[in-house]
Design a binder for this molecule. Sequence first.
Ligand code: PLP
Length: 421
Amino acid sequence: MPHSVIEKPAERSVAAYDVEALRRDFPILNREVHGKPLVYLDNAATSQTPQQVIEVFSDYYSRYNANIHRGLHTLADEATAAFEATRHRVKAFLNAEDARQIIFTRGTTEAINLVAQSWGRSQLSAGDEVLISMLEHHSNIVPWQLLAAERGFTIKVIPVDAHGALDMQAYRELLSERTKLVAVNHVSNALGTINPVKEMAALAHQHGALILVDGAQATPHQQVDVQSIDADFYAFSGHKVYGPTGVGVLYGKQALLEAMPPWQGGGEMIKTVSFDVGTTFAGIPHKFEAGTPAIAEVIALGRALEWMEGVGVEAIGAWEAVLLKHATQAVSGIEGLRILGTAPHKAGVLSFVVEGAHSQDIGLLIDQLGVAIRTGHHCAQPLLHHFGVEATCRASFAAYNTLDEVDTFVAALNRVIGMVR
Ligand code: PLP
């Protein structure tokens, strides 16, 4: 039994947190891998999906599968209502001002590309600067590089300190009247660092720049309030918040979205189309949602957010902090193991390298023991190069992980290190 950390909880939400009960919502957690119970610690890549979300798909396809918005029949009405209900749920989840500020995309990557191709292409040119950080995922680097090659603006990089925290002094010094956009993640997927995005937004705004926050790794762990942050754009992905793949969200300030040109043309995003006088566009959000969207996925995302809110987003974050602390302490005793990312504010991500052992070997062998972690560059190659490594091992935690699973992981890691050294 149990770990003292549960007996003396730092927060009431942790004391009341019934991890065993909520695990029952996840059928996949019952499976075995190589004859061992699955210990799934690759949640920063994709979190698992509760039964309530899985059921949305069979319910949708067996009862009301229809294309949305343009039908007059009952099925189309039901599908449209369920789809739009998610927009309202996401509005509340992010505390957006208006549901029309919620645009459905395929994920965070597509949301950032939307901003780059619509806002960026129309607003950025030679002489302008876009600030990104050393902590960015490739999806918040490459869209800006692609556009910079075309539009001639400059990308500048906010450095990190030895703990993997952003160097805020350097950020202040990089900001100038040339800065048009700051594009930064809320939480780093590779290190778990939580960035002070509210403070960063205020500083960006003082210089007349906008801020885009990549919230892919923040939304699973903490209550996000886009109005309090004063984010101009905020993006996240469904599959990291217990929802399905293929769906994500872009939030934008209303005036910005309204002024931005469409980035993809097609059905649903138009008001009128004519060969003679051209095309006029729909208002937001439809202007940015060309073509048939991932209808069932959007509805399932709504169900996933409902599931998270049922557990309590803050309670999930508090529980993951307990798991992270326990795991950090447990691996700290392993000889030759170095944790990358020791910033004071961290989400449930533990990234490490082990002297004399290739991360890839650790990942493959630990999988044989039923433990799923991620190894590689985590789509953050510049950051890893900055720390002088090509790859790390990354264990990342979610609502359903247990302290026993952390112990299983650490025991398996010790075994594997003994094998490869
Ligand atoms: N940004 C961050 C911080 C991420 O961790 C990820 C995915 O790992 C992404 C963006 C890209 O998300 P998606 O692949 O769902 O578009």
